[in-house]
Design a protein around this ligand. Structure first.
Ligand SMILES: Nc1nc2c(c(=O)[nH]1)N[C@H]1C(S)=C(S)[C@@H](COP(=O)(O)O)O[C@H]1N2
Ligand SMILES: [Mo]
Length: 156
């Protein structure tokens, strides 16, 4: 018997973890269940110049909301405590604030892309897409985990 299930070699998965009522493991095909958005993006990379890609996928906000962040539902203000950490399998990771993607605050149309240039990312893994970014560095490919965290009260 193989040491790993065959599916692990072919379909990438990522984990939604942290302060969530419904933490989950999702695949890129799972992302097709949400309403799909499209984004044509151009960004500049310090090493490879201008890049253009067309991405499709759900809003990051929709996917994370379904996992049930442990906000106080009676207070919009409570959401402002939360950060979102997005990790690539290679270790590259970035922090967003919840407020940045919240429809009541920054409203950034950030996608969790399931396709790039017409190709499903089922093997490569989902990709973070920030259509408003001039630089490419936050367009994390091969996402393997997203952490939602509201634990930033000062401890000292
Ligand atoms: N996982 C991961 N994603 C990443 C990076 C990385 O090092 N690791 N580099 C970023 C940077 S700096 C840029 S410019 C873009 C480049 O995207 P492209 O060359 O695939 O178009 O990917 C971004 N996504
Ligand atoms: Mo880059």
């Amino acid at each position: 018997m193989s040491q790993f299930p065959v599916v692990a070699d072919t379909v990438a998965e990522f984990a939604l973890v942290g302060d969530l009522i419904r933490p989950a493991r999702l695949t890129v095909p799972d992302l097709l269940a949400w309403p799909q958005r499209e984004a044509d993006v151009s960004f500049e990379c310090a090493t490879s110049g201008i890049r253009h890609h067309r991405f499709t996928g759900p809003l990051l906000h929709d996917v994370l909301s379904a996992a049930g962040p442990v906000f106080d539902p009676a207070r919009r203000k409570d959401r402002l405590r939360f950060l979102i950490a997005v990790f690539g399998a290679d270790g590259h990771h970035v922090l967003l604030s919840w407020a940045e993607i919240d429809p009541d605050f920054g409203r950034a149309p950030v996608l969790l892309a399931a396709t790039i240039d017409g190709t499903l990312l089922d093997r490569a893994g989902a990709q973070l897409v920030l259509p408003q970014d001039r630089c490419g560095a936050r367009h994390i490919s091969g996402i393997n985990a997203i952490r939602v965290d509201g634990g930033y009260a000062p401890r000292a």
